[in-house]
Design a protein around this ligand. Sequence first.
Ligand code: MG
Ligand code: MG
Length: 256
Amino acid sequence: MITIKSAREIETMALAGRILADALTLVASRVQPGVSTAELDRVAEEFIRSYPGARPSFKGLYDFPASLCTSINSEIVHGIPCEKRVLKDGDIISIDCGVYLEGLHADSAITKAVGAVTEEVQRLLQVTQKALEAGIKTALVGNHVGDIGHAVQQIAEGAGCSVVRELVGHGIGASFHEEPQVPNYGKPKRGPRLTPGMTLAIEPMVTTGGPEIRTLDDKWTVVTADGSLSAHFEHTVVIQPDGPRILTQVPAAAPA
Ligand code: MG
Ligand code: MG
C-alpha cells in the first residue's frame, strides 16, 4: 500500500530531513585521508541525537549496527563503519543516513571524494548527482514511477555508466521502506502513478562498469561484481501539485 502523508506529517519529515541534511554536511566536512568510517559514524550519531526526539534510523533497522552506511570505492551500499577502515587519498565514500523523528523517517545519501581523485572519478560523481536531479525533476503529479527510473537511467547510461538494478529507491514514512519501489531504470508511464502527498526516497546507484552486484561475507556490504567504482546520491522528496519538494537538503540562503 502506498501511504499519502498529511501536511503535518510532511512537515515532520521535512524537519527530520533538515537534521539529516545538516548531519551529512557535517560528516562530509570530516571526510579526509586518515579518518576512519567509525569516526564518521560517531559524528553522525552524536549530531542527530543532539536534537530532542531524533535518532538515527539505521541503527537496529534489520539489525544494522551503525548510524551510517559507509561504502568505499567498489562498495555500492550498506558498508558497515569500522575503526580499521581508514580513508585514503583518492578514495570515494558513499555516506547513507536516515533520521527518525516523531514517528517518521527521512533518508539521504551523498558520495564524496577523499583528497584528490581522477577525472574519471569526478565524472562518476557528477553523473550520479545529475541522474538524481533528473529523477527528482520527473517526480511530477500525473507521471509514474517509471518516469523517474527512466530519467535516471537515461543520464547514467547516456554517460557510459550502468545503474544497479537489484537495489531500488522506495516509499518512506512511518516505515523506512514503504511501497512503491522506485527502480533506477524503467519505461515512461509505467508503474504506480505519482499523486500529491507521496513521499519517495530516490536513490541512483551508478557504476563505472557493469550493473551486476554481489554481497560480501559480512552479509551487508554490497559491491560491484566487476570491481568497478560506484556512487550513490539520494534525497527524500514529497510529490506536490506544484512540483517535487526535496525534504533532505539545506535550504538555499534567503536572498539578501
Ligand atoms: Mg539511504
Ligand atoms: Mg533509501
